[in-house]
Design a protein around this ligand. Structure first.
Ligand SMILES: Nc1ncnc2c1ncn2[C@@H]1O[C@H](COP(=O)(O)OP(=O)(O)OP(=O)(O)O)[C@@H](O)[C@H]1O
Ligand SMILES: [Mg+2]
Length: 370
């Protein structure tokens, strides 16, 4: 389970891992959990493809047909369409109790058994794991636990926001030992500089050391930011070598592009009250912050802010690095929030504006609409 903030390179790593698996002969299922969609809807079609491949292996044919019976039962119990399947027509449907915690293990065990007979391994690659709901995550954990107990050749690789470790633990306590949770963080300065210098050199151009170190500093080593800043620096540079000044000139366009493509899309998905909560956090700096301190900023209590905080965690905007702590999942989101809402205090917050009519006195201070 690759865990890290937004834009650190989890998806890039997960894709690379699945390429390696495929090159080593794994049967690969590559999935991304869309927010609000159930696991069975996208998992079942992916597993169908695996079973079709296994059914082509002579010594695994019968077990693959059994697997198809399990998939058919599974799909009908959870009302998922998997289209027609020519194999396993005589097999009884199994894995169809309608309880995911029973059916998913049964299905994956059937697939694992067929894979073992075929001398094949199955790799399930699942991105955005934090969007699994608790029931789905529990089903998946139980299934992988059974697979590992039986030593079957099915491996799960996941990627997601840091809250995944806690979500897994809440779903099943043994999930902590079932997975490894490598932390994917920003690049070290040397690696950040290399990430820019190498593609520049590949284009037969040069970039000054000072420009590289400025890029590493500004982006704090976050891959997505390096990508954006690197692109705009390249575009503004008129000649080689690319200089420190080019980096400076590119900064405005890079910031605008990040605001538009990276920050704004996330900001726009939030309710005014959620924006308020994040703006209060931003007022305190990059974080992490004590949840109590944030509530104080909002002139409220931890209890009252609880549901709002939970909703923001579910939306993948914040997470809890330690009990009672709250941090952004998007690097430098505090800076963006202060750019997006330059002047803020709890009484100008959107929540209170909506409720209270502004008093006459306060009206004077309102900023006129432009
Ligand atoms: N090791 C790396 N070196 C240089 N650039 C990288 C590296 N990894 C990722 N990037 C750049 O960062 C961008 C973001 O990476 P990626 O989409 O994998 O992040 P992520 O962690 O999956 O983010 P999110 O949580 O938003 O899905 C990539 O498109 C790529 O340009
Ligand atoms: Mg990603």
């Amino acid at each position: 389970m690759l865990l890290g903030l937004r834009g650190v390179g989890k998806t890039v790593l997960l894709n690379r891992l699945s390429e390696i698996a495929e090159a080593s002969g794994y049967l690969v299922v590559h999935l991304e959990a869309p927010e609000g969609q159930r696991l069975v809807e996208y998992l079942a079609p992916g597993l169908k493809a695996v079973l079709l491949q296994l059914s082509k292996v002579e010594k695994a044919k019968d077990l693959a047909a059994k697997g198809v019976g399990a998939l058919r039962g599974f799909a009908s119990a959870f009302k998922v369409s998997i289209g027609t399947l020519e194999i396993g027509v005589n097999e009884a449907n199994t894995a169809d109790s309608g309880n995911l915690e029973l059916d998913l293990p049964e299905l994956l065990l059937a697939i694992g058994t067929a894979a073992r007979a075929a001398d094949k391994s199955v790799g399930i690659f699942l991105d955005e794991v934090q969007y699994l709901n608790e029931e789905d995550f529990r089903g998946l954990i139980v299934a992988m636990h059974r697979i590992s107990q039986k030593g079957l050749p099915v491996v799960l690789f996941g990627a997601g926001l840091p809250q995944v470790a806690a979500l897994a633990g809440e779903a099943k306590s043994y999930a902590e030992r079932l997975f490894d949770y490598p932390d994917v963080g920003p690049l070290e300065p040397d690696a950040a500089m290399k990430a820019v210098a190498e593609p520049v050199r590949a284009e037969n151009a040069e970039i000054e050391e000072a420009a590289l170190s400025d890029l590493a500093k500004i982006t704090q080593g976050y891959p997505y930011f390096i990508q954006e800043w690197g692109k705009h620096t390249w575009n503004v540079a008129l000649s080689s070598p690319i200089t420190k000044t080019d980096v400076q000139v590119a900064s405005q366009a890079a910031t605008e592009a990040l605001d538009k493509n990276f920050f704004r899309v996330r900001f726009d998905r939030l309710t005014p009250r959620e924006q308020d909560y994040l703006r209060a956090m931003a007022e305190l700096g990059p974080g992490p912050h004590r949840s109590g301190t944030i509530a104080e900023k909002l002139e409220s209590t931890v209890e009252n802010m609880g549901p709002l905080r939970s909703a923001l965690i579910r939306k993948g905007m914040i997470w809890s690095p330690a009990h009672g702590d709250t941090a952004f999942t998007v690097p430098m989101f505090d800076e963006f929030m202060r750019r997006a809402i330059p002047t803020w205090n709890p009484t100008t917050g959107s929540k209170k504006q909506a409720k209270k009519k502004p008093k006459k006195k306060a009206k004077k201070q309102q900023i006129p609409k432009t």
